[in-house]
Write a protein that binds this ligand. Structure first.
Ligand code: TRP
Length: 299
């Protein structure tokens, strides 16, 4: 019997996967070539679903991450005053899509975080131009942060809190497109679901009211244009805030009327989960605080 070649893990990799892997290595190597980079960014981001080991290969290959960071940094000059073209925005968004893979993959997420890579995206989140190239850039950057928080990793939450992601997310929730608002609210939801995150938000009245005021404004704007996916994250944020006794006390006063009456009944008809969250929220705030009664938690 023939021994497997030393570089292959047993069982042997099927030939089709070997071809795919060598294609991946060739493409990734081409990222360091500035003449080929734009084309390769597009191709890799299109094929990111099929290359299962794209993230570790990107991370561990020579010069790749610095090439992606270079793509990011070279458009900083177009952020203010706003002069980003659609072409430059698409190009950097392809680089961000690759970083999103690195942020999602369990083998590279911690490395991505310890290298503080999310900080490179904060200038994009801080833009406020309504032009499409900016909207797309913010949405794609939020997608990278969204991919990080998806996995309920408290190191991720800790990092995001220390680097003050909350005020950036709140600004987008206040003035972004519906899709950006949804991703930004999802990020805030994931932060408050973490114990450390909830304590952080509820540590001062200023923080709590900064968050609850933005949630309130979003609810008001949803009355005319309902979006169940956005409402879902808003309700989940409120429900989680109501787990904190001081926040629960404050919510008795500042929970929007539209969440207490029938305003969204029709919109939520098909969504049992949100309906239950809303019921639990209303139940929690009807409880007298200080008696040690913990809120009902639904998962
Ligand atoms: N340094 C600010 C603070 O700790 C950060 C901040 C601004 C903030 N707005 C916020 C934190 C809203 C939480 C919520 O307060």
């Amino acid at each position: 019997m023939q021994a497997p070649p030393p570089t292959q893990a047993a069982p042997p990799t099927p030939p089709s996967q070997q071809i795919q892997h060598s294609e991946l290595l060739t493409l990734v190597a081409a990222l360091t070539n500035s003449d080929q980079r734009e084309q390769v960014l597009l191709e890799l981001s299109k094929k990111r679903e099929i290359f299962s080991d794209l993230a570790p290969v990107l991370w561990h290959s020579y010069g790749t991450i610095s090439a992606l960071l270079q793509e990011i940094c070279c458009i900083y000059g177009s952020l203010s005053p706003p002069s980003l073209t659609a072409h430059a925005s698409n190009r950097v968004c392809n680089a961000l899509a690759l970083l999103q893979c690195v942020a999602s993959h369990p083998e590279t997420r911690g490395l991505f975080l310890s290298a503080h890579i999310p900080l490179y995206l904060y200038p994009f989140l801080a833009t406020n131009s309504k032009q499409r190239p900016f909207e797309y850039l913010r949405l794609t950057s939020l997608g990278v942060i969204g991919a990080l928080v998806k996995h309920d990793d408290s190191d991720v939450i800790n990092f995001l809190l220390q680097t003050e992601i909350i005020p950036l997310a709140l600004r987008i929730m206040e003035s972004g497109s519906e899709l950006s608002k949804t991703v930004a609210t999802f990020i805030v939801q994931k932060v408050v679901l973490d114990d450390l995150g909830l304590n952080y938000i509820c540590a001062t009245a200023e923080r709590f009211y900064a968050v609850s005021t933005v949630l309130q404004h979003m609810v008001t704007s949803l009355i005319d244009q309902p979006s169940v996916r956005l409402l879902k994250h808003i309700v989940r944020c409120y429900l989680r805030l109501s787990d904190n006794l001081r926040a629960r006390e404050a919510l008795r006063q500042c929970l929007p009327e539209a969440l207490r009456d029938e305003t969204f009944q029709q919109a939520l008809e098909g969504d049992q989960t949100v309906k239950k969250w809303l019921q639990s929220l209303l139940f929690n705030i009807s409880q007298q605080g200080g008696g040690g009664a913990e809120g009902v938690q639904l998962h």
